[in-house]
Design a protein around this ligand. Structure first.
Ligand SMILES: Cc1ncc(COP(=O)(O)O)c(C=O)c1O
Length: 295
């Protein structure tokens, strides 16, 4: 795979209210966020020219910033507009949309009271989070070494950059062993999520999913729960112990980037993408293209 470095592309990035040529959208090396992880971000997808659940993403950016004691100096409506206009400037109608807010270089040190909060929006083409062939068959997950922290250990409700340190480490370890991703447990030892997506498990026609009390209650997760209930599938939110993994027949993960992706392995356990995973995968792809009504 040839990677085009993300700082060497054509186009425009929206930065603090203005469009900046892509290669000039830079920050100083003494940016607080770079040293202390004082940044929050979003990831949304645009389908046929419309960003799915755009306002919910912009609202979550605001909420994540608030949780990190930062104030986004643009309204939710302004962030919405920035996302749409950036995609238009990029000439993209199917794309990944990445808003980010971070503390600047005005102050350096643990205290960051004097820093300004900066905001940028970048949009790029990102067709599939997982290899499309693998995605259809179901991806392979291994077990992650790191666990999702407790809500009194880290601000787990925020989509905060700092929380991704253990995700990158877990994803790297998984990829080194030939897996697509890793299943993370939570601080209590319950099944939590993948490194960038929520998880659902099917047993006897019912869908079980972990209670999101220490990880993101994903926008896709909430959407898929609605779609499942529309279909009359039972959805049970509860703590799931990893010892239960062999009792499930289907597993899938959800996220704005990952969409609905079936899973065929978690470590030593095997699953077969079946009716429920494939129905919801299909429903979700129709919904995001406005071909189906939300619940
Ligand atoms: C760690 C993590 N969990 C869950 C999700 C799913 O969230 P959403 O469906 O809102 O994209 C994401 C993706 O944003 C994520 O990075």
């Amino acid at each position: 795979m040839t990677l085009i470095p993300f700082d060497d592309r054509d186009g425009w990035i929206w930065m603090d209210g203005e469009f900046v040529p892509w290669r000039e959208a830079k920050v100083h090396v003494l940016t607080h966020a770079l040293h202390y992880a004082s940044s929050v971000f979003e990831g949304a997808r645009m389908y046929d020219g419309e960003v799915f659940e755009l306002t919910r993403h912009s609202q979550r950016l605001h909420r994540s910033a608030e949780i990190l004691d930062m104030q986004v100096p643009f309204s939710v409506a302004e962030i919405d507009r920035a996302c749409v206009e950036t995609a238009q400037r990029m000439g993209l109608s199917d794309a990944y949309v990445r808003p980010i807010a971070w503390r600047g270089p005005e102050q350096m040190g643990v205290s960051a009271q004097a820093t300004k909060t900066h905001v940028a929006v970048a949009v790029w083409a990102w067709p599939s989070y997982f290899d499309p062939e693998e995605k259809r068959r179901g991806i392979r997950l291994t077990h992650a070494k790191y666990r999702r922290p407790a809500p009194d250990t880290a601000p787990t409700e925020a989509k905060a950059s700092g929380l991704y340190m253990i995700c990158t480490l877990s994803k790297h370890a998984a990829e080194r062993e030939g897996y697509a991703d890793a299943l993370m447990l939570d601080y209590r030892g319950y099944v939590a999520e993948a490194t960038g997506a929520n998880i659902f498990l099917v047993r006897d026609g019912a869908i079980h999913t972990p209670t999101p009390d220490c990880f993101l209650n994903g926008i896709t997760r909430q959407t898929v729960i609605g779609l499942a209930r529309q279909h009359g599938f039972e959805v049970i939110e509860r703590h799931i112990h990893p010892d239960e993994l062999p009792s499930f027949s289907e597993v899938f993960i959800t996220g704005s980037a990952a969409e609905v992706t079936p899973v065929r392995e978690i470590g030593e356990h095997r699953f077969t993408p079946g009716n429920i995973s494939l129905t919801l995968m299909d429903d979700y792809s129709q919904l995001v293209r406005n071909r189906r009504k939300a619940a």
